[in-house]
Design a protein. Structure first.
Length: 155
């Protein structure tokens, strides 16, 4: 038996923009279904918002998202915050999205794209456990951890 876990992000009216941004970063296919597509009257507030959206990339990334009904005004303002203080990461967010690549060059490309318009929490750099590790919050309020996959040996 196997299972698949997929990050599902909740937005406040900007899921379409976020998904389009993530597609520009990771490539792949974008699929969006609106509340209107499911029968909400076209002139109702939120009818054009995303009830189901996803980006699926050839490299394996899959992100789902939707707009919370009745919530508007952008997600970054209500997403909480994450920062480094005295060598410790402090946050009031319930989760981060972690992406690992095989090489620093691969991860650097994702980092450069995701950090545009975002806030760097911990710069992408070599660490004791990875050839590259960093943390940032993108312009939509989602905090990402990017790193080069560590190679572990079994004992």
């Amino acid at each position: 038996m196997s299972i698949t876990t997929t990050t599902h992000l909740n937005f406040r009216g900007d899921a379409r923009a976020a998904l389009s941004f993530y597609q520009s970063v990771f490539g792949g296919q974008l699929a969006i279904t609106t509340y209107g597509d499911f029968g909400m009257p076209a002139d109702a507030p939120g009818a054009s918002n995303v009830v189901f959206g996803q980006v699926t990339s050839e490299s394996g990334l899959r992100v789902l998202a939707y707009d919370i009904p009745g919530q508007f005004g952008g997600s970054a303002e209500t997403a909480g915050s994450t920062h480094r203080e005295n060598g410790v990461t402090l946050t009031d967010q319930p989760f981060f999205v972690s992406v690992e690549g095989e090489t620093l060059d691969e991860v650097q490309g994702y980092w450069d794209a995701l950090s545009a318009g975002g806030t760097i929490i911990e710069p992408l750099a070599a660490s004791a456990f990875s050839a590259g590790f960093g943390m940032l919050t993108d312009g939509f309020g989602v905090t990402w951890i990017l790193g080069v996959a560590a190679t572990y040996t079994a004992e």
